[in-house]
Design a protein around this ligand. Structure first.
Ligand code: NAD
Length: 480
């Protein structure tokens, strides 16, 4: 059986305690590999290696650091097919999605921050005849990066690349549910010639390896993406240690469809924003609010689209819907479907587990599911489900839909569909949401600030925001 290893001090190494955890292929329910069940001792080794590498790495010219990151990007592109297959196996996502979204984006993350480091500038404030004030941005030091399972390599590299570009050394942990592409990245870092200790990848569970990263006194910052409850726990642990924190957490995103929009485009894109990656993208819209005059036509066309989705073996080319990530997650999503019935919802599509035949007989497949008739304040419309389940709700006025859209504890992303430019901006500004897409979804420019309001997180990733996060500003004043 495939056995993954930690990547510490430039080498692939076994965990100190010698213990491993099974990892399961969601499409089959079968164990396909084992991963180190790392302990605080492994994290301590990784931190020691990172501290030793730091003085040289932080002093390297940004151009040289950038060259290494761009080299890793090239290797990710070279191995795109292998990595896409691995991501699909590990996560249950369609291989076509991994090939067109996850892996290209992982390569872009390295290429983007490899070059961004050379464009990063700090401020100067000149007081005429009195003083010259300038800001130096020092790398923070050794930092921790912890990522979730839904976009494994995509989100892992979104943290690691800016940290390395900023001159930090990194101890990183991928989700224990999806470790495979992070392991393959270790090999590519070795091949690229990344100096030993600059990046260390420790596999294992949140309570063991993850907690040890958050608690380690030499780790200066934690960049975390995952659930809101885990984020709160990390914040409680890290606050007394005065660590800098970037928390990218859950969401319950609204799609607002006004009657004057391009409805065909809104339907097509809403299908994607509802069910891409089996609804397991933090940016997926799960509450679809439709202006009443177009409610019935939207509903009919949307349900036709749902009926046409191909669900099957994620490794097959034509598959649009693969498996959800784990049996526990499948049960959680089924629990919300049951709750939607209890809360008085009308099931319009799906609602059941799917039992496939052959290779995928034991896999965690779920029908894309649509409900209507649920109150905006019910639990199904307030809590993050993070699966292929959406609700449709008609609305009559802009005020009403804004109140509903803003009524959850989350504020990550929203989409607005309208051809009225004035309304588009007005509604966007009124949404309590870190990201608003108008007439589009998941359109990303890596320079834009990325992150959520309210319980969706603290801080922003992306572009200069990420480089600022991983650096410590120092203000220096020279009297003239
Ligand atoms: P999770 O919070 O269970 O786990 C995320 C990571 O944290 C994993 O690597 C896990 O091992 C680790 N972890 C768990 N306990 C820890 C602890 N005590 N200390 C340190 N690390 C610990 O989340 P998940 O189930 O893997 O991911 C799904 C969640 O992620 C959803 O809520 C989703 O909305 C969110 N998410 C948010 C964004 C965003 O950008 N805002 C992006 C993707 C996913």
């Amino acid at each position: 059986m495939l056995q993954l290893q930690n990547y510490i001090n430039g080498q692939l190494v076994a965990p100190v305690a010698g213990t491993y955890l099974p990892t399961i292929e969601p499409a089959t329910g079968q164990v396909y590999a084992e991963i180190p069940d790392s302990s605080p001792a492994d994290v301590a080794r990784a931190v020691t290696a990172a501290e030793a590498a730091l003085p040289t790495w932080r002093m390297l010219p940004a151009e040289e650091r950038g060259r290494l990151l761009v080299r890793i990007a090239e290797l990710l592109e070279r191995d795109l097919e292998l990595l896409a297959q691995a991501e699909s196996l590990d996560n249950g996502k369609p291989v076509s999605l991994a090939r067109t979204v996850d892996i290209p984006r992982a390569a872009s993350n390295f290429a983007f921050f490899g070059t961004a480091a050379q464009h990063f500038a700090s401020e100067t404030h000149f007081q005429e005849g009195v003083a010259l004030n300038y800001t130096v941005r020092h790398p923070l030091g050794v930092v921790g990066c912890i990522s979730p399972w839904n976009l494994p390599l995509y989100l892992f590299t979104w943290k690691i690349a800016p940290a390395l570009a900023a001159g930090c050394c990194v101890v990183a942990k991928p989700s224990e549910l999806t470790p495979y592409t992070a392991f393959l990245l270790s090999n590519l870092c070795i091949e690229a010639g990344l100096p030993a200790g600059v990046l260390n990848i420790v596999h294992g569970t949140g309570p063991s390896a993850g907690q040890a990263i958050v608690e380690h006194p030499a780790i200066k910052a934690i960049s975390f993406t995952g659930g809101t409850a885990t984020g709160a726990h990390i914040a409680r642990t890290a606050a007394p240690l005065f660590k800098k924190l970037s928390l990218e957490l859950g969401g319950k995103n609204p799609n607002i469809i006004f009657a004057d929009c391009n409805l065909a485009e809104a339907v097509r894109t809403s299908l994607r924003s509802s069910f891409s990656n089996q609804g397991q993208i933090c940016l997926c819209g799960s509450r679809i609010f439709i202006e009443r005059p177009v409610y019935e036509v939207f509903k009919t066309e949307f349900l036709q689209g749902v009926a046409g989705l191909t669900i099957g073996d994620p490794q097959e080319e034509g598959t649009q819907q693969g498996a959800v990530v784990s049996e526990a997650h499948l049960r959680k999503v089924l629990g919300y479907i049951e709750l939607a019935h209890q809360e008085g919802g009308t099931l319009l599509a799906g609602g059941q587990r799917i039992e496939l035949k052959g290779r995928c007989a034991g896999g965690y497949f779920l029908q894309p599911t649509v409900f209507e008739g649920l109150r905006p304040d019910c639990r199904v419309n307030q809590e993050e489900i993070f699966g292929p389940v959406v609700t449709l709700t008609p609305f009559d006025t802009e005020e009403e839909v804004l109140a509903w859209a803003n009524s959850t504890e989350y504020g990550l992303a929203a989409t607005v569909w309208t051809s009225n430019l004035t309304r588009a901006h007005r509604v966007a500004h009124a949404l309590h949401s870190g990201i608003v897409w108008i007439n589009t979804w998941m359109h990303r420019d890596l320079r834009t600030p990325f992150g959520g309001m309210k319980n969706s997180g603290v801080g922003r990733e992306g572009g200069l925001e990420a480089l600022r996060f991983f650096t410590e500003p120092q203000s220096i004043t020279l009297k003239l």
